[in-house]
Unconditional design. Structure first.
Lengths: 515, 515
């Protein structure tokens, strides 16, 4: 048997070594060999960037200490559970009341298959992952301005958009409009492909019938025995579809970062930070609020306050500093860095985002509407309704992500009290799920611009800002190096934080060992 | 808060009661009220149709007995585990050697979200479900005749197909070729939609760059800190794409029965049959081979042999019979039914299909190629490679579905010995995954035409056959009624078996209570 496949082994070796090099930013754990000469590193912040740095530097022989403002590890890798309290800027305090087993991920909530850096640390930490469902063909796309406000199933909008596109292009092709662009022979194949993909009928038309219903679903499904026969459903007309704007959501699950497969940690995204923190227990100092960052030729000196015990400010010193404090906060802390890095810190603003979690008595989206996981899109300020991707078909309760607001919607949400946010989210959601009011139990929200330790969701880079400031932000500035999602080309994603940290410690290590 | 949403409750009630009626063949458990007058029913076969019938009839007060040919419940609801043995027609015996926790589903392997009948029984039986991943953007589409035999990532083929379609239709639109079909105003919206969905650049062209790479992926992904910048990937040209035929697989995850969300039972599809059988222990007689089915005005008489104990044929009698034996087998058993039903039984042939499971020492598709679950398509006879949708990221072994052959490919596979099937499957698979030969451990296969108790995979209805025979096949013929996937409009799917059974017992019950 093996003989018939000679050469496989060689191909195999080639493939294994090329896999990462060709495609991914992550190329395995860093190889920090060489004499670190007893060097010490102070790391500011125990989010993913800080903990990845600490873990890898410790392994390489560095002396490491993390100063963390909060009393928990993880930073924006965070889940809110029943029993948690959270106080936002402005003093609003929320007592989270979710039942055991339910949670809200206020920040990151999904991990794409190609984010191999964060996936590596999940595996190392033993964090179990389960599929995150982005595209659910039976979830809704909703606009208050289309179809009388009635939510439409994703499968209807996608199938109909593709069907009309296929019909129009077939028509052009058959009317010889493409003769200059496509050879006659290829036109024949194109027509076949369009019929197949667009669910066209024998005349290359997109009509009610078996072909379209086999994709968009039937009005009455095929059954068993002598029950009534299936009845095909009727496609939405091109004019109505285009006018509705709902086509905007058709590509939601085909972006490089939203395409299948995606994952989430079992039990909440915060499981990663929690597990990581446990492995670094002895090197994290919690409740340490950094108030001054100084460096000179000999080392770095960090002044911080213990926010729990109070008392006089304390001082920590080290040879080097990796600072993962979001620059929205860092810009307010005195720091001795070069003018270009200071300009970078001061000029990057942070994007807005608000999430609202709602606990319901029963999983009506599953029981009444056959929606299991995935996302509904709406043009209301709540923007997104996401259904839990676990405990499918269970008889118990469920926590929906009732809002994931961005931009102007997020700003509006952030200006409300937590109670008002819930009220509005229920109002928006009820237009899609009338069960909301009867089944609602409790909720929690996080408006990132009011989160005391980030004042925003993620670095909001523009092309212009990047050209001017990105390299200065990431440079090793004397003895200080920044890391975090803001110091990456994948802002807002956890992978950005991980890859930023790996790059920072590689460069730091090079400096240390080559000095 | 409630005040602002007056009317929700009424909408809610309307929605709950309409949900099923509008869309699904399944309308909840049957309501078999009325006096059953001590009626007895013999059920032939303990597949899903037989067990659903038995369960519901027992609940309604009928005396029920199931005769089952095999020594286990479930029928085609079946998983093969390490330690199992399986002997096919022709005498080939396989000793399955998968490690604990791994399995092959020889038959059904996925449950669409709208198959509410089978989902209801999963819930009733406490069978845990987990997501079945159909579309994986990082899996492959492969043709031996295209791209020099090099497998292509699904995300490349889909993005490029959509990109070229969008570019061509944009071109036609801007050249006024669609002026008769689409108003000027709608053309503007269409162009926007095509640019958005097709990842076109500012000139409505599908080119290498940020827009296309944000869907198809980069040659070098964006990274962190000062690592090299991302480099966009280069789309496949229209001519090459059309000529490759790989576009055929683009719609694989958008069919009504293959679109997300889909589920599989934790631990193998056979968990359903196993759990169902446990609840019916006292009414199933195993190893009972039916050799004669007779009826007269007074009742039905079934003659069967005990294939374990041997001995003289035995006889069971009852008032009614629900026969779920596949007609591929039933056509060989003497049965007193009307000529039309007999013609229906004799004329329906069964489709071919072969599955091969392969155990590998490590999950190289995950570790080397970042493929987590989902399906690769190939033009070779194995047709499908499906990756396990559980134990993601685990360091251990894995069982791939190495072949899911249909049509001519299945016929060819079925003519081979189990060992030859493995050899060929490894050969085909190695063209896609060169790691196959180094990592292979053991395998098992099921060729449905050689399965002694079905002689095929599922009823192969054509439109013509249905017009002539379907109603006769499903009719209550005296005291005998057939049920199973073959007596449904959803052949091959478990939902067909469930809905067929529910319709059969509803009609039987009507006859009994109205007599």
């Amino acid at each position: 048997m093996i003989g018939t496949l000679a050469g496989s082994a060689a191909m195999y070796e080639a493939m294994s070594s090329l896999a990462y090099a060709a495609e991914a930013g992550y190329s395995g754990p860093p190889n920090l060999t060489g004499n670190v000469k007893g060097a010490s590193v102070l790391i500011l912040g125990s989010g993913l960037a800080g903990m990845v740095s600490a873990h890898e530097l410790r392994k390489a022989g560095y002396k490491v200490l993390i100063l963390e403002y909060q009393d928990r590890p993880g930073g924006r890798n965070w889940s809110l559970y029943g029993g948690d309290t959270y106080t936002e800027l402005g003093g609003f305090k929320q007592n989270v009341q979710f039942d055991k087993g339910h949670y809200l991920n206020p920040g990151r909530w999904r991990i794409p298959y190609h984010h191999q850096g964060i996936l590596h640390y999940c595996k190392m930490l033993g964090v179990q992952l389960e599929p995150f469902i982005q595209s659910n063909y039976n979830a809704y796309i909703h606009s208050t301005k289309a179809f009388g406000g009635k939510p439409q199933r994703f499968r209807h909008i996608q199938t109909d958009f593709q069907g009309h596109v296929a019909e129009l292009l077939s028509k052009s092709t058959r009317q010889a409009a493409l003769d200059q662009a496509v050879t006659k022979e290829d036109q024949e194949i194109l027509l076949q492909a369009l019929r197949n993909w667009g669910a066209l009928d024998a005349n290359y038309e997109y009509t009610a019938g078996e072909a379209s219903s086999n994709k968009r679903g039937f009005d009455f499904d095929p059954g068993g025995g002598l029950t009534a026969m299936e009845t095909p459903s009727t496609p939405i007309g091109l004019k109505e579809l285009l006018g509705s704007g709902l086509w905007r959501a058709v590509g939601a699950g085909s972006g490089y970062e939203t395409q299948q497969s995606l994952f989430q940690p079992v039990g909440g995204m915060g499981m990663i930070g929690k597990a990581f923190g446990a492995t670094l227990k002895e090197v994290i100092k919690y409740s340490a609020k950094v108030i001054d960052i100084k460096q000179d030729e000999k080392g770095v000196t960090i002044t911080y306050q213990d926010t729990k015990k109070g008392g006089a400010p304390m001082v920590a010193t080290a040879d080097w500093c990796i600072c993962t404090i979001p620059v929205s906060i860092l810009s307010q802390i005195p720091i001795t860095v070069s003018a270009p890095m200071k300009a970078a810190i001061n000029n990057l603003s942070y994007s807005s985002s608000v999430k609202v979690g709602l606990q319901f008595k029963r999983r009506f989206w599953e029981e009444d509407e056959n929606i299991y996981g995935g996302i509904t899109y709406t043009d209301q300020p709540n923007s997104t309704i996401a259904y839990p991707n676990f405990n499918y078909f269970s008889s118990g309760k469920g926590v929906l992500l009732g809002a994931y607001a961005f931009g102007p919607g997020a700003v509006r949400y952030a200006s409300m009290s937590p109670e008002e946010r819930i009220t509005k989210t229920l109002e928006y959601g009820s237009k899609i799920h009338p069960q909301y009011m009867k089944e609602y139990e409790n909720g929690a929200s996080v408006a990132w611009h009011r989160v005391p330790w980030t004042l925003g969701c993620a670095g909001a880079w523009t092309e212009e800002l990047r050209a001017r400031h990105y390299n200065n932000l990431c440079a090793l500035d004397g003895r200080i190096m920044l890391a975090g999602e803001h110091a990456s080309r994948i802002p807002a994603w956890q992978e950005g934080a991980v890859l930023s940290a790996l790059d920072a410690i590689r460069r730091l290590h090079q400096r240390v060992t080559q000095a």
